[in-house]
Write a protein that binds this ligand. Sequence first.
Ligand code: F6P
Length: 524
Amino acid sequence: MLTNTAAWKALKAHQAEISNLHMRDLFKDDPDRFQSYSLSLDTLFFDYSKHRITQETKTLLLNLARASDVELWREKMFAGEKINNTENRAVLHTALRRPKDDTVTVDGENVMPFVHHTLSKMKTFCEKVQNGTWRGHTGKKVEHIVNLGIGGSDLGPYMVCEALKPFGYKNLTMHFVSNIDGTHLSETLKSIDAATTLFIVASKTFTTQETMTNAQSAKDWLVKALGTEDAIEKHFIALSTNEDEVTAFGINKDNMFPFKDWVGGRYSLWSSIGLPIALYIGFENFRALLDGAYAMDRHFQDTPLESNIPVIAALLGIWYRNFFGAQSYAVLPYDQYLHRFPAYLQQLDMESNGKTIDRDGNRVDYDTGPVLFGEPGTNGQHAFYQLIHQGTSLIPCDFIAAKETYNPLGDHHTKLLSNFLAQPQALMQGRTPDFEGNRPSTSILVERLDPYSLGMLIALYEHKIFVQGIIWRLNSFDQPGVQLGKILSNQILDAIETGKNEGLDNSTEGLLKSIPHINLVNKE
Ligand code: F6P
């Protein structure tokens, strides 16, 4: 067990020794602390000086990483080994960002020609939509794009489109519909015109209940509005790994943009699942997003662990989660364009590392993934920061900001950045004996939020989560708990449709009986 290793025990003993050390004193004793505890890559700056660590802490954490074979597992991932052992799949979202001439082999086949062939198909399609060559059934240009997807087939593309709004084509309006609640699709349909709308059905499996229900209703709506099934061809495209289901749904395979099962759902925005991004910001900008992620890949793969940004970020998370008992972790972007970033990261982190069974099938006796939450600053300051400052739980935070703004309105940006600087300072310093501070945070700064820097930022978190998963001995790339929820929701649907409640627990049966009209409404 991990907790019996020398590296783990050394950290435990060390924590007991330094738990009362105050960061105020660490800064007082080391005037160069900021220089010593900060890293940069290109335009991304990573300041981890406001953490309850010393050089010894860092050494011991790095020992843990080495004892956990982080370097070996990192190579296995990049090389396309099947490290997703429960699903017997490689984990190769990094291949999606690599240059054409590289070779990455899965089952004896170089996957790079497929990756770049798909990219060029995406590029051609983007150009057609953007220059108006692609026309709808009635001959009109595309003005609205509706992405129908959920989880990784929604959160990533939605977050990036919001983050990169300044790069978006002004003549295209993006809509993201994910929820099975008919309100989500209905409210969207109210604001669009069928003749100028392109629906993207985004689903790795093409069997997800929410997405397929929304896609069917959208298809019915379009056919009714345009008067013929022939309209589907110019108004529906698919992003998927499942060609059979795509064609069974009625989408021509020429209008399908494929990807492979070695791309996990929550790691898929770099694949054809990113097509809505490319349509909105243009293919070249999408390429810049991939290039930013590739720069972080190179850094992660080639840099020694002690100055490796994702590795340090991962180790800090482990330090607080496993040795200070921190249950949660906040990501606080001081940038309105990043307002969906915490929601995106929730899936990335919590679906990856929210597990109690390790990769060898054993129950763990240590904590794994924390609860991740966040809101853009400064909104969060007036909502939940009080608890971060003075609550009984320790909540490490990541503060994220861009030096430049796209909206230089009066002194707004100066005030935004002063808050971005003030909050970590207040968390660290505190003020009185009752408000003791010593609350850790990382500050991440980019020059400006553009496709390249966003690519670096997202990949930083992907690799951070990977390293934590390796140290916790997890398979970060499956999601068995979510699969069970999917199965049970289908069983209940069956019970509603057949009226047979066998097998339901007493509470679920009671609740079901309390909504007797449920089946009638369904059948209207
Ligand atoms: O929530 C479970 C999950 O499998 C996610 O991992 C995935 O991103 C999402 O469902 C959507 O799956 P699909 O792209 O196959 O529709």
